[in-house]
Design a protein around this ligand. Structure first.
Ligand code: AMP
Length: 379
């Protein structure tokens, strides 16, 4: 089986690693340079989308900001999973919000802004404080504003107007500010036969808008809410593959923040912590194979390595620690790799995370240090 992945980053790389034992071969299409590359070595294998499509049995995607004309060509081939519609919902907050409403899942009140008048109507409809997000091209907290008081309106409008003018189809989605206690996410897979397999929820810590620490959690009540919303969204899209839902936890009630129609950073823990990892389950789903068990086999956390191309070698000999590098060139803030940390029970995971905090640089890994400090203060 030959799977073409739109996008040639770390997610395609990890799909390639997970697919090898099943004889699923991956090539990656770099949408920017229009080249087909090997997902591990980045060696150029060919040029042109038509060429890439012809060689593939199945086409899928590792990111959602894909030009619609490319999605249309892939969909026309009859090989593309999940659908172009699902990818578009992940890449455009307007489509995403409509999808969430159609699926009947709770999400923050919103209003779409294109003009200065719309901004006033949004303030009326949504209220202050509000979070303003560009409809297109936003990720990891980029393209966002916070309106806390009316005297900020003109300054924020000036920036938003410039953002809207930059791209023909751009708009801003104004959202009510959600007073959440924590952020969690659910990663799950839906097969061609409609079967669904979801992983345990992950609790996520963000640093400067970027995921820094993600831990699989056990919470029966929250998990049930999340599972129901996952199924509603996946069935509305007739989704095939791995899908991630990010939630705000507001005193035990979940609200969907956003969806990602692909394998997700908050599911990387499944490589060591689950019976079948998210990358393998995505490939199984899009290739029409039975889904693998999503059972938690060890308590696991994932720590993102951001902007660093090395960690002390001693991490390799620490209990329960597994390093995954992405083979990328170092740039400030760039996702360079991650460390999965495991324990047989939650106290052991906690101990292993605290031990890691002792060897990892505090500036580069603030979330692990904050975790270790909170454990210390609880003692
Ligand atoms: P997003 O790109 O939508 O995931 O937003 C980035 C981060 O901003 C989220 O992880 C939240 O921490 C925060 N955020 C986004 N939307 C809201 C909201 N409506 N209310 C409060 N915080 C938000």
């Amino acid at each position: 089986m030959h799977v073409l992945v739109l996008g040639a980053g770390q997610l395609a790389r990890m799909m390639s690693l997970a697919g090898a034992p099943l004889n699923i071969e991956i090539s990656a299409y770099d949408v920017g340079s229009e080249t087909i590359v090997h997902p591990l070595t980045q060696t150029v294998l060919g040029k042109g989308l038509e060429n890439a499509i012809a060689k593939a049995d199945v086409i899928t995607a590792e990111f959602e900001h894909i030009p619609h004309d490319i999605l249309a060509i892939c969909e026309q081939s009859g090989k593309f999973l999940p659908s172009a519609q699902a990818i578009k919902a992940g890449g455009d907050r307007r489509i995403e919000k409509t999808l969430l409403d159609d699926a009947g899942v709770r999400n923050a009140k919103y209003y779409v802004i294109q003009t200065r008048e719309d901004f006033d109507l949004a303030i009326e409809h949504v209220g202050i404080p509000m979070v303003l997000k560009s409809a297109l091209g936003g990720y990891d907290g980029k393209g966002q504003w916070r309106l806390k008081q009316l005297d900020q309106v003109e300054a924020i409008w000036a920036e938003m107007a410039a953002c809207i003018a930059e791209t023909e189809t751009q708009a801003i989605v104004a959202e009510e500010f959600v007073p959440f206690s924590r952020e969690v996410s659910l990663v799950g897979a839906r097969g061609k036969d409609g079967s669904v397999a979801v992983y345990p929820l992950a609790e996520n810590v963000h640093t400067d808008g970027v995921l820094s620490l993600s831990t699989a959690i056990s919470d029966i009540e929250l998990q049930q809410q999340a599972n129901e919303m996952f199924t509603a969204v996946a069935e509305t899209l007739d989704y095939v593959g791995v899908l991630a839902l990010e939630f705000f936890d507001v005193d035990g009630a979940l609200l969907v923040n956003e969806i990602a129609p692909r394998v997700h950073n908050s599911g990387h823990w499944t490589q060591q912590g689950a019976e079948t990892c998210q990358f393998e389950n995505h490939l199984r789903a899009v290739c029409g194979l039975p889904l693998g068990s999503t059972k938690l086999i060890r308590e696991t956390s994932m720590i993102n390595i951001l902007g660093e191309d090395s960690v002390p070698n001693s991490v390799l000999e620490m209990a329960g620690c597994h390093i995954h590098w992405y083979g990328k060139e170092k740039r400030p803030g760039r996702k360079m790799g991650h460390i999965n940390v495991c324990g047989d029970y939650s106290g052991e995971l906690q101990r292993n995370l605290c031990a890691l905090a002792d060897v990892l640089d505090e500036q580069a890994f603030p979330a692990v240090h904050q975790f270790a400090a909170s454990v210390l203060s609880d003692q």
